[in-house]
Design a protein around this ligand. Sequence first.
Ligand SMILES: [Zn+2]
Length: 450
Amino acid sequence: MVKLTFYGGVNEIGGNKILLEDKGTKVFFDFGQSFTFGADYYTGWLQPRGVNGLGDYFQFDLLPRIRGLYSKEQLANTNLPYTEPEMSAIFVSHAHFDHINHLQFIDPAIPVYTGVGTKLFMESMEETSSFCDYGEHTCNKFRTGDKIKIDGITVETIHVDHSIPAAYGFIIHTSAGPVIYTGDLRRHGPRKDLTEEFIEKARAAEPIALITEGTRMAETEKRQNYSEPQVRKLADDVVSSTDKIVFAAHYSRDIDRFNSFYKVAKKNNRKLVITPKTAFLLTKLLDDEHLTVPDPLKDDTILVYYKRKKSASYEEKDYFVWERAFMDKIATHEYVRKNQKNIIMDLDFFQFTELIDIKPKAGSIFIHSMSEPFSEEDIADEVMHNWVDNFKMQFHQMHASGHMAKDQLVEMVNYIQPKQAFPVHTENQQLFKTLCKTIQVVEKEKQYTL
Ligand SMILES: [Zn+2]
């Protein structure tokens, strides 16, 4: 008897927590945090206390009470007693927050399986962010095509294209037949061939079940979505037709997007000014021979922006140890101010105060290369536009999604032909059901027998 239970990612985008049980073997696939997690109880500075572990989460039923899953320390102030691990493994599809963030609560005695590149992303985040700690798990790394035996089941790992490198889908060979889990994936990215390969293998497996993401399952899409080459082309059009500085805001772990702006900078003889955090991540990713990224210490196109801190005079001791490695490539606000026409600069929302020092000339460019806001009442969006307007910058929106469009999702499910399909990571299961015959609408924490 094989059983599936969905503890997260149900009727919400992100937060996937999928338990597969096969004759006493229990394996989780992803253990992430949804984007709206805890928003009914916690906001702004009102946040769960680290010192109280899971106590501040169980109070509001924010995480499932599962025995043999969480660490002793996390359970100390709760009424769920600690027991020896009952899970054999946790598999991680990719290093996005909504798939990994709750690993922090898991018993370190439970081994975690990640892609080689995923582990590098996780290490980089733990090093450069004070909020990030995924726990001291034994981490077993895999590559595409590996077949990992966990007691009676075998997990086959297959690369897919997504908005972060080292994203994987899984074919889980169980005693009842193959179960497919897509993770997050797209068919319009620079490596769409990876996704195509995954879909072919998934179909060939003749699965009894398909757990599929459905981020973009919606009647109509309000957001403009491009492919990655289109984003690069649009960015190049903008950069090549201005003699002003160009700022770009994009997700720091989207290496495809980084490469797009890097190539545009190179082509237009501009320097690409990145944050120490991005420089650190790139240095880390150089360890994965399957990824192509420039070395920030050696590459002539790249400079690293240092904010003024503490002494305000760029002394080495003002910065975290991990930040100091790139000071030979320093770009200060003065340098940026004096060389505006020769620069594309990464500038996310939380770095906007740097604009006060940089003083961009009127008519400078701000490219928002991330998804558009979810609603018109998005306060951060309003603040962003106030800044852009105050500095008299021109605003451009251009983004390629990490997820398949609706029609592609339907086509994928119908092509793979699973006996039944379980939609996760979606707010629109009902629409899925009207479009695909085999959809089983998922209820949170209900057990499904395959
Ligand atoms: Zn993702």
